[in-house]
Ligand binder design. Sequence first.
Ligand SMILES: Cc1cc2nc3c(=O)[nH]c(=O)nc-3n(C[C@H](O)[C@H](O)[C@H](O)COP(=O)(O)OP(=O)(O)OC[C@H]3O[C@@H](n4cnc5c(N)ncnc54)[C@H](O)[C@@H]3O)c2cc1C
Length: 410
Amino acid sequence: MSEVFDIGVLGSGPAALSLAAEAAALGARVTVVAPEPTHPWKPNYCLWSDELSPSTEVTVEHRWSEVTVATALGLHELRRDYVKLDGLALQRRLLSALEARSARIVDQRAVQLEHLGTESRIHSSSGGTLRVRAIVDASGANSRFVERLHRRKPAHQMAYGLFLEAPGHGFDTERATLMDFRPAMPSAVEPPSFLYLLPLSDRRIFVEETSLAHRPAVSMDLLRERLDARLQTLGLGTAARIGEELCAIPMGLGLPAHGQSIVPFGAAASMVHPASGYSIAHTLRKSKPVARALVDGLGSDDPALAIASANAALWPRAQRRLWELYALGLETLVSMSFAETSRFFDAFFRLPQESWAGYLSGTLTPIELAVSMTDLFRSLPASVRWHLIRTGMSSGAAPLARTVLQSGIT
Ligand SMILES: Cc1cc2nc3c(=O)[nH]c(=O)nc-3n(C[C@H](O)[C@H](O)[C@H](O)COP(=O)(O)OP(=O)(O)OC[C@H]3O[C@@H](n4cnc5c(N)ncnc54)[C@H](O)[C@@H]3O)c2cc1C
């Protein structure tokens, strides 16, 4: 009979490798199953520096001490460090940690999962089978194995980005532009999109045109055209284009259903923030507690209990309610016009920093979130308030609102 691993992890993105490495460090026998599992990660992972816990080992490639948000109504200079991770260094460290613990890395795509009491099986695209005691599904937002509480149609945040070689570009390397909603050209108003600009050194710069979450997804061609127009305005029209980033993030996937036979993790577990599209900090923060709950639980010889305990560590009740409230926030963003977006973000970044920062990091308690959103609502002009009320009552958001109200917010 073939070896039985304690944990089989599907995927080789940040969620899969960070959880697998934590579990292996706790002594679990781990196997990672993914197509091209050592293929270099491509996305340009960024986050707010204070979202990382001191024990998270990451290499920061660049740090910006000031962050700008611009709308048609004015500029906000935010004093909160924003960082770009060295994603490849993180990937290498996690793969080495797994190798050091003799984890088995299998270059296959999982096609079917089978649960047989105290053992589960991962059937792969080659026809092979791996025997494990528990499965962590970190196969991304399009996972085929996760059951969800709500089957909502996802909205998509889309972005088209370019790495530019532009010696002497003149942008301050200490300052990042998180969102510049001023239109790229007079006709580029609806649907709203914004410029994201990261000066990486005196020579290199990353620029991206990003749509807020939208249904249907905003087209890449439209974003490319807007970015081209911005580059002319920014004096970067002739800069050498040395790399491209195409980004499509499904947002607002329903939370994982209760009582599953697997542990969904990362984007597969809807850990992507429903309003901002970020998930890296959340994933890195949760890897250790979820791995610990799973490994400790497996010590008791009942995989079902271990899986339940890991899922509870990932999604405590209060966190589930919080995510549902965020999902309501997403529904309001999806249908906002250019003018409403400007007023909304202008008011949002006027909130006290602990409120907007807590909202974006997903670290407020449900009651703190409700208080911040009430303050925001009060500060908005009547037209945007009406938009929020209409969205809150619309058929798409009604089931969500009901869930939030039924579960209470205290
Ligand atoms: C271009 C881009 C830029 C982003 N930038 C940021 C950012 O700056 N900050 C931030 O916080 N978030 C960002 N995000 C959002 C989010 O953090 C990322 O999508 C992140 O990669 C999610 O990590 P993950 O490990 O959960 O999933 P993924 O990175 O999507 O990894 C999924 C893994 O599962 C594997 N897989 C798929 N199907 C199977 C299967 N059947 N069997 C086995 N394996 C399978 C894939 O090959 C892959 O290895 C970005 C997303 C994109 C697309």
